[in-house]
Design a binder for this molecule. Structure first.
Ligand SMILES: Cc1cc2nc3c(=O)[nH]c(=O)nc-3n(C[C@H](O)[C@H](O)[C@H](O)COP(=O)(O)OP(=O)(O)OC[C@H]3O[C@@H](n4cnc5c(N)ncnc54)[C@H](O)[C@@H]3O)c2cc1C
Length: 184
């Protein structure tokens, strides 16, 4: 893969973005591999990457019936967060969120992780109860998540319409500040 640098990006801008080389060349499959991973989604590619990085296993094939990242990984909402519910998975999600922080530097590829916070709006009493349950559960596990009143949510996100007659009125919100979005 091309090693990206500031100078290269400037050069690309000055030459009409015409001189970039393909990032993933075609490869003929080898006769054998130490590991074959079926499915080049986030999980398959992540497994291959960490096998190489953490375990020195580089004779790895990732095969896919379509294109790289073309499954759910390529059509999701791109929210990167760790404020899920259950105790058993709390550390896993939080560790994954930590990994996102340096992924662009690690891969030398801009994954566009933007830690802008994720605000989940509660529109009815069920939402309020459910999100507050998440907030309490997360905080007991050391995962950042906080409950905001409607006014506090608007202070965080000024375009919010707090009109109580809105089709989906805002009764409050759960905010994870460490969360954000990334590119597909
Ligand atoms: C609409 C939507 C929104 C979502 N929003 C979010 C979100 O905001 N944040 C979040 O964290 N998660 C979100 N998710 C969940 C997240 O996208 C998935 O958990 C994640 O993409 C799963 O990754 P994966 O690698 O397991 O599967 P996939 O990305 O689906 O990859 C599986 C790959 O396997 C290939 N494959 C399947 N069968 C075969 C076969 N027999 N032979 C060869 N290749 C095969 C497929 O072509 C595909 O490329 C969302 C999911 C959806 C559908």
């Amino acid at each position: 893969m091309t090693h990206f640098s500031f100078a290269q990006v400037v050069r690309g801008a000055l030459t009409g973005q015409k001189n970039w080389t393909a990032q993933w060349p075609e490869r003929e499959p080898k006769a054998a591999y130490d590991v074959v991973i079926v499915g080049a989604g986030g999980h398959g590619l992540g497994a291959a990457y960490y096998l190489a990085k953490e375990h020195g296993l580089t004779n790895v094939a990732v095969i896919d019936k379509g294109w790289l990242g073309g499954g759910n990984t390529g059509r999701n909402t791109t929210i990167i967060r760790s404020n899920y519910l259950y105790d058993e998975s709390a550390r896993l999600y939080d560790h994954a969120l930590d990994l996102w922080e340096n992924l662009s530097q690690d891969l030398n590829y801009n994954v566009m992780f933007s830690k802008r916070g994720v605000l989940m709006l509660a529109h009815n009493v069920h939402d309020v109860q459910s999100f507050q349950r998440h907030v309490h559960s997360n905080r007991l596990n050391g995962v950042d998540n906080q409950w905001l009143s409607a006014a506090e949510a608007k202070a965080f996100c000024p375009p919010l319409d707090l009109n109580p007659k809105a089709r989906y009125p805002v009764l409050g919100a759960a905010l994870q500040r460490r969360a954000g979005t990334a590119r597909h």
